[in-house]
Design a protein around this ligand. Sequence first.
Ligand code: FES
Length: 371
Amino acid sequence: MSVRRLAEPALQPASFAFSRANAAWAKKTINKYPKGRQQSAVIPLLMRAQEQDGWVTQAAIEHVADMLEMPLIRVLEVATFYTQYQLNPVGTKAHIQVCGTTPCMLRGSEALMDVCRSKIHPEQFHTNEAGTLSWEEVECLGACVNAPMVMVFKDTYEDLTPERLEEIIDAFEAGKGAKVTPGPQVNRIYSAPEGGLTSLTDEKALTKAGRARAAAAPKKTAAAKSKAAKVPPSNAAKPKTAAIETAPAIKSPAARKASAGKAAPSTKAAAPAKAAALEDKNRPAGIKKPAKPDDLKLISGVGPKIEGILHELGIYTFAQVAKWKKAEREWVDGYLKFHGRIERDDWVKQAKALAKGGEAEYVRVFGKKPR
Ligand code: FES
């Protein structure tokens, strides 16, 4: 744990006062608390003082203590405890707080600090020459599951590589920090697994509604199974994992019965979307499994499970993905229930780079290693 002291007297301004707008905000904030509990406003007031001046000065601490009628030592305790309060002047455009606690350390935080040393200043708590950037090592910031990570102002940037941190620092230096999306910097939602869920995927078993739907399903879909039976086998193997999630008609006993030649009449209305999708003209052409398939997992957004599904569709190479037209991308997106992720992650651009020159070309195009 770092020692946190107030800045040298030479750096301290003689006085502090909230701006008119901030003073009004402070009054309103203090009034939120019951009579006699106004001291509870100490954290937001100190934070507002920091947002106003860029850091928490001794004069600001004294001012907040006076406003809340608190002993000065109590406000000092708060200001010196939380690393969110900057007790020294920091970079005017960004102050990078790098978590150095064990999970982040094991996942590469030292390399992130090397980036700060080379791009900002060899020592923490010093600004760069322009005074725009500074950095420090802090203890756990509570995003360990997406380690390693940094915090800039109130936002965290997670799942970082040194290359990605360089890009983020450059963006802040260029005044474009607001354009960098906080949170995970890889393809995952919050702390969900990369490449999609790997467990707890069976909605039928998980929810009451799912169980009810499953119970009602046989009556509804019996007629639809004959449609599935008529689907000509694709040039790829029959999907397994995806079929469980998205094409129950193909896997169900009723469908197998239908495929044996006992198709029920009227198949159109209830035909499941997935069965129709498999014979869709927009389904990308598959190929036979080559002796050495490409590692599709290098494409951001493709995990082991998704790679398995792509293989089942006959997709084995970067070159195949690189050639997908919009309609084909939409078909695959719908098949995987990806809700636009193929476009957002730009699989085609990634696949083109990987097909052209492997990882080296990917690094040249994207400025970072694949996955
Ligand atoms: S260890 Fe880094 S956020 Fe918790």
